[in-house]
Design a protein around this ligand. Sequence first.
Ligand code: RIB
Length: 299
Amino acid sequence: MAKILVAGSLNMDLRFSMKRMPLEGETVLGDGLLYNPGGKGANQAAAAAKLGGDVVMLGCVGKDGFGDALAKSLTDCGCDVSALRRVTAPTGTASIYVDERGRNSIVVIAGANAYCDVEYLKECEDALKSCSILMLQLEIPYDAVWYLAKKARALGKTVILNPAPAPDSIPKDVLKCVDWLTPNETELARLSGMPCEEPSQIEEAAAKLQRAGVKNVLVTVGSHGAYLCTAETSELVPTQHVKAVDTTAAGDCFNGAFAVALSEGRTALQAVEFANRAASISVTREGAQSSLPLRSEVL
Ligand code: RIB
């Protein structure tokens, strides 16, 4: 099986649950607080490992209890964390509000994630050389992500970039290094500068990014599934309907599962179907890494 390298963020999530989100200037009473390992990078790595992937994680945590807990969570999921960097800054944290319909709002404080820089990634070049698939997101410094995407392309690796949180733009020379760009509709709208409310708009926006150099675009559209946009096809791959209790990390679960299926040599369509199934399970559970399914559950 091909090795998957994930470079990205690790956060301790503080998940507050409430009936509805507070309005500006309003205080609401919540009904629960959960501390749960998270961070888009770590969630994607954990998802891939729990689904049977051979996963190495690169990233930075603090020399504190949250850092210990995040490293342990990934180890328990089966990830190789031997190259994680411990820095003097506090471990990244995320404050997550989840309402009774499972919708969320997230604020991330980068902390140690800001130290996941080019210098550290250069030290980890062996990990990049030995992987086949590189999975990236945007909760570490952009120049580190751009560096790794270019380096991976030069080494002939498959590059998956989940553009979350959405940046204003991605440099053109980086877009050309991306095999799979995996935005949701909001991130796609931001990156393409086009409305993405209707299916035809989503396909047009994805095509614009493909013309800009991205090889394939995979747009997650929540309970509807995902649009698979390649040189050969542009189609909605529907997902099963489930009752969502918490959508946190659903996109991360989708990305991790997609990478695993690719690493096993499945077709893009099979990989999206596998990822849809995994993500639909994750939304039926609370939290980020606590919601990720095992391979047996997805199969
Ligand atoms: O995608 C969900 C994740 O976003 C959370 O785990 C939080 O840490 C933020 O990174």
